[in-house]
Design a protein around this ligand. Structure first.
Ligand code: SF4
Length: 134
């Protein structure tokens, strides 16, 4: 991925162009416009690990996962911004939104999209990190 190609959306968030999968598609930003801001984000190192230590410590049970998910997701409407989930993660997958590394910035939107369109979020995860063939 070309980390140098990015633009800002109407929320002031940065989107990196995915030249392989065409991640940024017409209509997706409109979906994000209706989603509340969030404070903590789960990123790529969670994919295919799902250690779930974060789920055990979250005081409001706002970290969700399903068997068909390859990672966990934080519900932006329920998260109380306490930060308790950050340290227990063995792979440092969780960041405050403003601290998400540039290479992981696509996961900001994926975490938000998940709670509106799970299939789309799962597709975006697969575009960034294709499943390993078994
Ligand atoms: Fe849960 Fe706190 Fe992490 Fe939000 S910041 S997901 S409330 S543990």
């Amino acid at each position: 991925m070309d980390a140098g190609r990015w633009s800002l959306d109407r929320l002031g968030q940065r989107h990196t162009a995915n030249t392989q999968g065409g991640y940024v598609k017409r209509g997706e930003f409109a979906l994000l416009d209706s989603i509340a801001d969030m404070t903590y984000i789960v990123t790529e190192t969670c994919v295919d690990l799902k250690d779930k230590s974060c789920i055990e410590v979250c005081p409001v049970d706002c970290i969700h996962e399903a068997a068909e998910d390859r990672m966990v997701f934080i519900d932006p409407d329920e998260c109380i911004d306490c930060g308790a989930c950050v340290d227990p993660c063995p792979v440092d997958a969780i960041y405050a939104e403003e601290d998400v590394p540039e290479a992981q910035v696509l996961f900001v939107d994926i975490n938000k999209v998940y709670f509106k369109d799970k299939a789309l979020a799962r597709s975006q995860v697969s575009q960034i990190k294709p499943p390993v063939a078994t």
